[in-house]
Design a protein around this ligand. Sequence first.
Ligand code: 5GP
Length: 212
Amino acid sequence: MADPDTLQRRGLMFILSSPSGAGKTTIARRLLAEQGAALRLSVSVTTRPMRPGEIDGRDYFFVDRAEFDRMVEADEFMEWAEVFGNCYGTPKAHIRDELKRGEDFLFDIDWQGTQQLYQRAQGDVVRVFLLPPSIEALEARLRGRGTDSDAVIEARMARARAEISHWDAYDYVVINDDVEACFGRVKMILEAERMRRLRQTGLIDFVRELTR
Ligand code: 5GP
């Protein structure tokens, strides 16, 4: 009997974007913890300074501008963008080969990166955008971090509004009014997308066997 989890399948690129403060990091971490080896984080390269609690190689690969520029020149990124005066990029690494083997990847990137990945790998990309339930809730979450000055919060709010305006460039939009509910919805999207016929490359043989 065929187990749907063992049929040959092409991996997907699961992109999670949101304005800063809409809870994307929490959802991403939970998804990774729950999925284990079934979903791997694409760790980005950045020139931004490390924040307290962050680990090089887990949260980001932290590099200086010269190294980032070298990587751009050497065509080592699938996409890259300048955000807030810092550079962020998705290293190509082995993503293409691993997609072919059925590995799924999670991308925590902004709308600019999403657009570039979509242009390069349309059929493999699933774009999910998280929205805050209200602008007040967003500001409260940004202030709740307690790490940034008023000027920084204001700049982040302006940027959040700009990011929200890109909501219509995504396949799915989930309002994060409750972390549990939001997590459940994001998980449903992932599960459903894994079953897309075109991704299930093992189906042809399976159905041939069924109808023999
Ligand atoms: P933060 O500095 O708060 O970690 O991230 C700032 C923004 O950069 C977030 O919106 C995050 O999704 C985005 N970002 C992180 N990595 C990448 C990347 O590799 N490419 C792009 N385009 N955006 C990224």
